[in-house]
Write a protein that binds this ligand. Structure first.
Ligand code: CU
Length: 215
């Protein structure tokens, strides 16, 4: 179990834990930010592609200003043929090596927030903790119709300002702050549009608009 928020010796803490065995270690989360954790057992790519990851948000000692907050965890799924009575699909290792995912998702389900938009207020301060588990695809995070007021790179205390799109590297996490200036539907995407087409798209619903968005 590999916690990116930790500073320690992997050879001590990130060792294999076999069935019926256990391991305990602690760490101090010194650096604030949005961090990935994942299974670190070989082959790591297979385990991440099978969903063995998550996000840890480390808050700064002095709290960030109040905002409506969301955690978005981008990842990919590479599927083999449907098998058995329940049509189960296992990882296709070659497709993973070829960067050819079937689905690219926010929080594990393709188009999850396109079909279930996130409700926000008009002009409300918004904060997105975006973690990219991969295992392969960089997330070009963008909100259609908004410009990020601030983007924090991991533990950086000095944000970038006035940013339209910013890459979240595989195994990285960024904090995005924005406001939506008028009532409406605002898509958020990975602007790598093959990935948006494969499911890395959602909607923010500001206020109570009528109509829909073209993206
Ligand atoms: Cu890692």
């Amino acid at each position: 179990m590999d916690f990116h928020a930790a500073e320690l010796a992997p050879s001590r803490a990130y060792v294999n834990v076999m069935p019926n065995d256990s391991l305990r270690y602690t760490f101090v989360a010194r650096v604030p930010g949005a961090f990935m954790y994942h299974c670190g057992t070989a082959p790591v790519a297979a385990h991440i592609a099978n969903g063995m990851y998550g996000a840890i948000i480390v808050d700064p000692v002095r709290p960030r200003p109040a905002a409506r907050e969301f955690v978005l965890l981008q990842s990919e799924f590479y599927l083999g043929p449907k098998q058995g009575p329940d049509s189960m699909q296992a990882l296709d290792w070659q497709r993973m090596l070829d960067f050819a995912p079937d689905y690219v998702t926010f929080n594990g389900v393709a188009n999850l927030y396109a079909t279930h938009p996130l409700a926000v207020g008009v002009g409300e301060p918004l904060r997105f903790y975006v973690v990219n588990a991969g295992p392969n695809r960089v997330s070009a995070f963008h909100i259609v119709g908004a410009i990020f007021d601030r983007v924090y790179l991991d533990g950086s205390e000095a944000p970038l300002r006035g940013v339209q799109t910013f890459n979240v590297p595989v195994g990285g996490g960024m904090i995005f702050e924005a406001r939506l200036v008028e009532e409406g539907i605002y898509p958020f995407v990975s602007h790598a549009f093959a990935d948006a087409t494969k499911g890395a798209v959602g909607m923010l619903r500001a206020g109570n608009p009528t109509g829909s968005a073209a993206h």
